[in-house]
Design a protein around this ligand. Structure first.
Ligand SMILES: [Zn+2]
Length: 725
């Protein structure tokens, strides 16, 4: 059967498999080979936790098509299961899969009636099919005839005129802070195959650790996005499957961890967009949808214009004290000597970093409460800012909170009923500690209102100490733990909504608590995630460092690709997590061009000695140089919209140029990411360059190796009016 409109033509067989998917304008079909299984479910029962439902092993599918509505349905009244037993039989579950075509996208959803006692754990749908190219026709003739015979009412044949061969596909993957995997089919095929789940496959959970619920195949002509469109944000996983025997093939799969028990349910929608053009259009469309679930809020100017985050661990987990409270003014002077304006204090509490959560108190041995308050104020009086760490996710098993029973009650539980655990063990000089410290933490379930109340109460306490803000760690995008504690009030009674539902409530309550007393009080957390970042004033951007030198010169390997998130959600200030007591020149330049907040960290005793000795003077001076260069533009840049490279042209591939616009006014931040000097040969579509500014004060159009510049100009207001915030 065939669904088609002016943009797309989608052929499905009687079981719901996609057998061709063609762009009507180019005639290019992208399905080289249908999947064997159009869907896959796993069902949990008392005696088996992997009762598998293979889509290709089912029979008795009733299909119907409404060509005018561009909608097809595939009804399975019962599901044959495979659990290794001869009498496995059927699950009393009916599923109606629904495919609908609208413009250049296709939506996939399902209505589920679970009349049995199984819990549906995995729901893989859609499974797209083998894709070899986005811009070269892959349609074998037998697929074409299968499509036609499946629906006698279908119109003519797709245009099978193959356009020029496309280049190998790249995969945009929503790892922090976004990565682009070139020649993804060959990469997946070349991975060492194994017999565990997920051989030759990339997969990532959402919301968190994936920063967005979408991935995209891209080539030099076309884009294909697979995106989750679930308003409940049920825990899900994106998969890109390769084939060891086929070096160019990729299959995209959306797996929702529904945790649906008995009753009628609707499966979360998944969308595929396919069009000729680059990624900006599909990303903007995803962001427009996503922003329905991202409450807008005003962020403090000092956060939006933050010049650098100077992270300090005052006291380590193992008890070593490095920076007592009287050293805060000294730390601020050190920060300012790098051009940084904000101190981020970790381990400032009595028991040191990664200890005793959530029972934190001011440390007497580091100076006591009055000394802490006085020195925070001294930093603020010098024009700086101080954020204090709190932990929003981990519960130390040694804390009174845990031992009282309350910690065990709010702890997130696995399907076995045990606590989930995470381990954070710190050491510096002691190999004994490195080898044998196993510091175990339980995970708080954010759906528990008592936990959220405790977190808000502790936030008010941090405010009372005079801090400029708090970094509430690990609540910005850890994996969406599925919590099976039935005493917790999870949204919809669904374990798979424990984290997405609970975390948004926790963040919202923390944000409201922060702003009630002081709108300038900042709430920060770790991990870049579209859903959660809306609630945060700034994100501690993990893994957000530059990739290989000059990597954008050739479309090979893996590129660090923060471009997509920055373009979709430019409202979010993001730091550049850097666990060193210095910041490399390339990291400074990377932060500069993408509009990230540079960061460095003092974590250990040796870091204290080195920074006091100015051991990394060249790096410090370069960080300060670029900070001072950017400073006069900080306010203007904060008021502009990041529009990526739209409307900007340059002949150099290693010249990374990113536009910031306010109507026709443009600032283009430029980084020559290469070991060679290059000519700044930028042109602005429909506009003109006004001025070139460089850190050395010159306006020469020659950029030295690994250096930055600002180009001001005017252009058409493109990239600003795509329905994005
Ligand atoms: Zn829970």
């Amino acid at each position: 059967m065939i669904l088609e409109n002016d943009c797309l033509r989608l052929a499905l067989d009687g079981s719901g498999r996609i057998i061709s998917f063609a762009d009507k304008r180019s005639g290019v079909n992208i399905i080289a080979e249908p999947v064997r299984d159009p869907f896959m479910l796993t069902l949990v029962s008392d005696d088996c936790m992997e009762n598998i439902v293979w889509g290709g092993a089912q029979s008795d599918c009733k299909s119907r098509i409404d060509p005018d509505a561009c909608r097809a349905e595939f009804l399975y009244d019962r599901l044959a299961i495979d659990n290794g037993r001869a009498d496995a039989g059927y699950a009393d579950i009916s599923v109606k899969f629904i495919v609908s075509l609208d413009g250049d996208h296709v939506d996939f959803t399902a209505e589920i009636d679970n009349r049995g006692d199984y819990m549906i754990s995995d729901f893989e749908y859609p499974r797209v099919g083998k894709i070899l190219s986005l811009s070269k026709d892959s349609l074998p003739k037998d697929n074409l005839s299968a499509a036609s015979s499946a629906d006698s009412s279908a119109g003519g044949q797709p245009d099978d005129t193959a356009p020029a061969a496309g280049k190998p596909m790249s995969l945009f993957w929503p790892e922090q802070p976004g990565r682009l995997y070139h020649n993804i089919g060959a990469r997946l095929a070349g991975a060492h195959p194994h017999r565990e789940n997920g051989s030759n496959c990339m997969k990532i959970t959402y919301p968190g650790t994936a920063m967005m619920g979408m991935c995209a195949l891209l080539d030099d002509k076309c884009s294909l996005f697979l995106s989750l469109r679930d308003p409940d944000f049920i825990a899900a996983e994106l998969k890109a499957e390769g084939l060891p025997e086929d070096g160019g093939a990729v299959t995209l799969v959306a797996d929702k961890n529904l945790c649906f028990g008995r009753g009628r349910h609707t499966a979360p929608p998944v969308r595929i967009d396919y069009y000729e053009g680059d990624w900006h259009r599909g990303a903007a469309e995803y962001a427009e949808w996503m922003n329905n679930y991202r409450p807008a809020h005003e962020r403090p100017d000092w956060v939006r214009e933050m010049s650098g985050y100077f992270l300090v661990i005052n006291k380590q987990q193992f008890g070593y004290e490095m920076w007592d409270y009287t050293t805060l003014p000294e730390l601020y002077r050190l920060a300012a000597s790098h051009g940084f304006d904000t101190l981020g204090l970790f381990g400032w509490y009595d028991t040191g970093h990664d200890n005793n959560y959530p029972d934190l108190e001011v440390s007497d041995s580091m100076g006591g409460e009055e000394t802490l308050k006085q020195n925070i104020q001294a930093v603020k009086d010098s024009g700086g800012h101080v954020t204090l760490y709190y932990q929003g996710h981990l519960i130390d098993l040694g804390s009174d909170y845990y031992k009282s029973g309350e910690g065990q009650r709010v702890a997130c539980k696995t399907i076995w009923g045990a606590n989930y655990a995470e381990y954070y063990s710190k050491s510096h000089k002691s190999d004994f500690l490195a080898n044998y410290s196993r510091k175990m933490f339980a995970i708080a379930c954010p759906s528990c209102p008592e936990w959220r109340e405790l977190m808000c109460e502790r936030e008010r306490w941090i405010q009372s100490l005079g801090a400029s803000g708090t970094l509430y760690d690990q609540i910005g995008g850890m994996p969406p733990y599925i919590c099976f504690d039935k005493s917790h009030p999870h949204d919809g009674g669904n374990p798979a909504r424990a984290f997405p539902g609970g975390q948004t409530k926790l963040l919202d309550e923390l944000r409201q608590t922060a702003k009630r007393e002081n709108p300038d009080f900042a709430l920060m957390s770790e991990h870049i995630t579209d859903l959660y970042s809306a609630y945060l004033d700034a994100v501690h951007g993990i893994s957000n460092l530059p990739g290989r030198v000059g990597e954008r010169g050739e479309p090979t390997g893996v590129w660090q690709f923060p471009d997509v998130f920055r373009y979709c959600f430019p409202d979010v200030p993001i730091t550049l997590r850097n666990p060193n007591p210095f910041i490399e020149r390339r990291a400074v330049n990377y932060a500069f061009v993408f509009g990230f907040i540079p960061e460095l960290e003092l974590r250990y005793r040796a870091d204290r000695e080195d920074i006091r000795a100015d051991k990394y003077k060249p790096q410090r001076e370069y960080a300060a140089l670029i900070s001072n260069f950017r400073k006069p533009f900080a306010h203007e840049l904060a008021s502009m919209r990041y529009t990526d490279d739209i409307g900007i042209h340059t002949s150099s591939r290693t010249l990374i140029a990113k536009g910031y616009r306010n109507d026709a006014d443009m600032l283009i931040l430029v980084w020559n990411d290469s070991p060679n000097e290059c000519k700044l040969d930028i042109t602005i579509e429909g506009g003109s360059i006004k001025e070139i500014l460089k850190p050395d004060g010159s306006s020469s159009p020659i950029l030295p190796p690994d250096s930055v510049a600002i180009v001001s100009g005017r252009g058409s207001p493109r990239g600003q009016s795509q329905g994005l915030v």
